[in-house]
Design a binder for this molecule. Sequence first.
Ligand code: AHR
Length: 518
Amino acid sequence: MTFFGRFLRQLVFSGLGLFGFTAGLAQTTIVINADLGKDTISRHIYGHFSEHLGRCIYGGYYVGEGNTLVPHTRGIRNDVVQALRKLKIPNLRWPGGCFADTYHWKDGIGPKEKRPTIVNTWWGGVTEDNSFGTHEFLDLCEQLGAEPYISGNVGSGTVQELADWVQYVNFGGVGPMAALRTSHGREKPWDVRYWGIGNETWGCGGNMTAEYYANVYRLYATFVSSSWGNSRIFRVASGAGGGDYRWTEVLMRDIPHGLLEGVALHHYACNWEKKGSATKFTEAEYFDTMKRAWHMEDLVRNHTNVMDRYDPKKKIALVVDEWGGWYDVEPGTNPGFLFQQNTMRDGVLAGMTLNIFNARCDRVRMANLAQTVNVLQAVVLTDEKSMIVTPTYHVMEMYTPHHDAVLLPVTFASPEYTYGGESVPALSVSASRDKNGTMHVSLVNVDVRSGRDVVIDVRGRKLSSVQGRILTSSKVQDHNTFEDPERVKPVDYKEAKLEGSTVKARLPAGSVVVLSLK
Ligand code: AHR
């Protein structure tokens, strides 16, 4: 590339010319069949994950009942709960992650002064006082209006221990665990439906083979049952890391389907050799992140294909219970705490990933962004007294109309975003119809160099109005800070023009737009 070429690319990438280079680009026609659609986008695709890791639980959600600096309810920060309620979080996965397979739940119940401490060996080697345990987590879920998703300890626990936990939280009759719960001030059971049977059992959860784990799963799942409560229990098997299709194959083959409601999948858009800064990244690094994020589409398709062979009626869900971007920790912070900033890059990553899940909602019926507060691709960052929300938060909030809406068929040929001789799709689109008949279309322009013109051709219904919001920023590295908390935030989008049954719009480089069509 010539010096001028490099200069021009740099100029554009640095944001100075982000919107000025669209002339001459062909427009993309997106056809949406508004009168079709049969599958529902489960709201549980929009779930979150919160581990005992760094400042996610302690300091993030939980400041303790004695805290006088920040308003809280029974030790849980009001500002965080208030912000998260706007996301309508459907479910929250806890306590890990790798931590889950070291966690013994009985250490975290009863009078706090009597609870034993635990050393968090996976994350920073810090000592925790167990002041945030089962009651506090379920209180948090109630405050959020989210369903709990408890990840059980298989790696270092016992079947009895996990069965007791199920009984403790779900059993309303007369029994030892129900009596213990009542003695700790909670008479009514919580009725927890979602249970993970171990986490990453091929790695931090026990380094098992697929065949060995399938047998272990059968054992545990037998005792994690609906017989302790009213809920239909939903058990999730610890799933593949990325493209380990054999793992999924063995679980689907060896576990009786009557014991299995979901199979997990974990995928981070991360360059494990060189993660790079969360905020100071080049276009090469941005492109690399997008490539890895797009890989989710292959993973979901291929794991689905494996599952389809054993479960053609799609009774068992694919549960992507860890996903997101993973970069270097912020300079000067504890490397074991995984605290990273969150830029417009992460907003784009979230938008396209959620569109991928929507498109596959017949099989992907649950997913969990890692992790909600102060860890990895967080939606909320806190310091001692204040809280800010990230670009990823805004995308999650903008996408709430997709929750439990009917997925509509979308057809288009995406233009390409090319970098260094490689290319990925530049556009990601998803459409749904909510229960009032309003259509929502989420459009992501992954390309940070070029804006894109689109024509949305809506078939099967008449349109009378279009409204929208956009999340973008002059530079894809832009992010919110405690000093500048609203640098990246959604604004009304005025570029969508309704012409008969079509909507014309221009998507700026590196943007997420959600349109509401009536
Ligand atoms: O989310 C951080 C860690 O990533 C989780 O603890 C683990 O499950 C995964 O490897």
